[in-house]
Design a protein around this ligand. Structure first.
Ligand SMILES: [Zn+2]
Length: 327
């Protein structure tokens, strides 16, 4: 007896043969018969496809049943106790969350280098030659003259140049760039020599402070999963003009006052402002035609706030007990 597969194949062959013979039929009959055969052929082919699919699935299922499998989701065993599986680091979780929200608002995500030039980290950000931040007391310089970036802003110039053409074509560019930064400083419960920040820029025609306020409100509300209010206070950064310190309403007490907000109802969140014309010019962007805002905040600090971590040093400690406790 023919098996099913051969049967199906033979059926298709038979129809194909009949189709080849169509031309011997009279005109009117040829069309009707042609349509009928076409429909038959389609059905037979679908049957064959279904059969092959099922055959493949059966094959996989029997393999799964018979093979000795390693289930990587089962906790491992170290000889005495079961060891729990891994999990994402709190900063990674926070970074992914911020990026996800930014992407939903149309931002590109950039991943920059940790070793940058002095131009990228300082000059291109309108930071004066004699600015104390350039001091070796604060910055890790390498023997080749480059340095470990002290702020994610070091990527602004690179991004403005990278997306300049897109800006001129589409009228707008926006990007966020999370990353690790380094400062030459003594560590304590709130200071680490390595920490994470996230920076963002949006440049276009008619980009204003109200765009900045809207984006920040959406971003922070998304991070804390509750409607957050923000307020701006005057600030000073060489790379923005005007510059602001941005506070967010306390997500933990709804402005009623709690230890997290030092009973003020507000928490300092970010530095931000309208990108300085010199910075735009160094990024190859016409500051007369385009304007933009930039913001930067500490991802490490944010993770500490969100997960109630009191000592920043724990985050880099590799202490599994601690990491497990904040899962
Ligand atoms: Zn509070």
């Amino acid at each position: 007896m023919m098996d099913k597969l051969q049967e199906l194949k033979a059926e298709i062959e038979k129809i194909k043969k009949q189709m080849a013979e169509l031309k011997s039929l009279p005109e009117g009959q040829r069309q009707v018969e042609g349509q009928r055969l076409n429909a038959l052929k389609k059905n037979a082919e679908a049957e064959l496809f279904k059969f092959l699919n099922k055959q493949k699935q059966d094959e996989i299922n029997s393999k799964l049943l018979n093979d000795k499998l390693i289930d990587i989701t089962i906790p491992s065993y170290n000889g005495k106790t079961r060891v729990e599986g891994g999990a994402l680091h709190p900063i990674t979780k926070m970074m992914r969350r911020v990026v996800q929200i930014a992407v939903s608002m149309g931002f590109h995500v950039e991943d920059g280098r940790e070793i940058v030039t002095e131009y990228e980290n300082f000059d291109s950000l309108n930071i004066a030659k004699e600015h104390p931040a350039r001091d070796i007391q604060d910055t890790f310089y390498l023997s080749n003259g480059m340095l470990l970036k002290t702020q994610t802003s070091a990527l602004q110039n690179i991004i403005l140049k990278k997306y300049g053409d897109e800006l001129r074509k589409h009228g707008i560019i926006s990007a966020v760039f999370p990353g690790r930064c380094y400062r030459n400083e003594a560590t304590d419960a709130s200071h680490e020599f390595a920490f994470f920040q996230c920076e963002g820029v949006m440049v276009g025609e008619n980009i204003s402070i109200s765009n900045l306020i809207y984006v920040m409100e959406e971003l922070i509300s998304g991070i804390f999963e509750t409607q957050i209010k923000i307020r701006l206070r005057p600030g000073f950064f060489p790379f923005t003009e005007p510059s602001f310190e941005l506070d967010m309403s306390c997500p933990f007490c709804g402005e009623a006052g709690c230890p997290s907000c030092k009973h003020s109802g507000w928490i300092e969140f970010s530095g931000c402002g309208m990108i300085h014309k010199n910075v735009l010019a160094m990024g190859g962007i016409d500051g007369e035609r385009y304007s933009g805002f930039a913001f930067g905040f500490g991802l490490t600090r944010l993770a500490m706030m969100k997960y109630g971590i009191k000592d920043v040093r724990l985050l880099n400690s590799g202490n599994i007990e601690f990491l497990r406790s904040i899962r």
